[in-house]
Design a binder for this molecule. Sequence first.
Ligand code: GCO
Length: 456
Amino acid sequence: MHVSQRFMFGTATAAYQIEGSPTAEGRTPSIWDAYSHTPGKTVNGDTGDVACDSYRRWEDDLDLLSDLGVDAYRLSISVPRIIPTPDGAPNQAGLDHYERIVNALRDRGIRPVVTLYHWDLPQYMGEQGGWLNRDTAYRMADYARIVARRLGDCVDTYTTLNEPWCSSYLSYGATEHAPGLGLGDKCFPTVHHLNLAHGLMAEAVRAEVGTGSKVSVTLNLQFNRGDADAVHRTDLIGNRVWLDPMLRGYYPAELFDVTRKVCDWSFVRDGDLRLINQPIDVLGVNYYSSNLVALAKTPHDDGGATAWPCCENVDWLPTPGEHTAMGWNIDPQGLTDLLVRVHNDYPSVSLVVTENGMACDDVEVKEPDGTFAVHDDRRIEYLKRHLAAVGRAIRAGVPVEGYFLWSLMDNFEWAFGYTKRFGIVRVDYEDDCRRVPKDSFAWYRQVIADRELPEA
Ligand code: GCO
């Protein structure tokens, strides 16, 4: 299916996953530095200290993007590079760095799509309660204002938050992500504070750039199949808890009902929902996989750490079919169905796929001519089927404005460290972060050049 010039083909990365240089030019630690440096938290004790060394090699990365021919690049700004100290004062060297990148992208004809918060909360905020502390939302709005004031409308899209589901449930409910507090059903304040941060950040950016840039948020919406009641509950806790306040200005009444025993929501103050319900231009959707859920035969006790509080009546079943190196099942139709559903229920906003991609056990081979190559046919097949799924959604009438492949290059995959490779460029961590475009890179380049979503 042919797509117009308006459709954005891109790739995505995030600061902590690629940059390294944790103390350069005034940066101070984030909660992810603290977490990854705590023994036992990440596979092999991996940290983002070096990552892909992109803080220093950003021009090489931009060369790769030019070679790929993307319309847009989704990058995130490292919060502790911009406001490294508890007084929240802007760090000019950090701002200069991102200004250089944004300008260089524009010089190359690539639209900068900037995520303001991709999980690297300054550690000093973490020590003051992080997302349990309402004040964090206001501080993040101040930070957003500082960035938007400097970068202005040179940025195509400002995304307030990436995947608040992970920043709350996975980080405070469970133990898998920083700070890993494992509070289970006591993590709901973080949900609200993230919603509030989104609203305040969106408002702050809008005040700086007006209509010069788009404002958005990225959600990892859960696509669940299985028993209707189980699907309904996980949709409430995983999806509507963000979508309804952000796009409709209220929390679903049912949410108060099902969380009644563990949370009184007294942290929601008058006026908060009006602030959260800022007009946004586009909603980012990250999609990799789907879940299979069933009604639990006997409700389980959710007293302890969990990323799914108040889902004691839900069981997650093993998913059928093929899986990626993350153990995630491959379900392209889930992407079509998810986009259609979101558009039907929240028609006021257009959509963009801000992440989609596959972790594979790639192997690098040395070709007879001495060059290196990675033949990642399985990734190509995955991408082809998911781009086709985007095409089906567009045909069904969903306004999908773009597709960002995760990721431009292999990088620090959070708690999995460097063991999972999502890139279409290989990074050889053993050899000075040497970059090797994989077969999927050449394949995606052709898709972009033809502006043709594959049929599959
Ligand atoms: C995400 C993250 C990425 C991950 C990717 C693969 O938003 O979940 O943006 O940082 O690396 O999703 O797990």
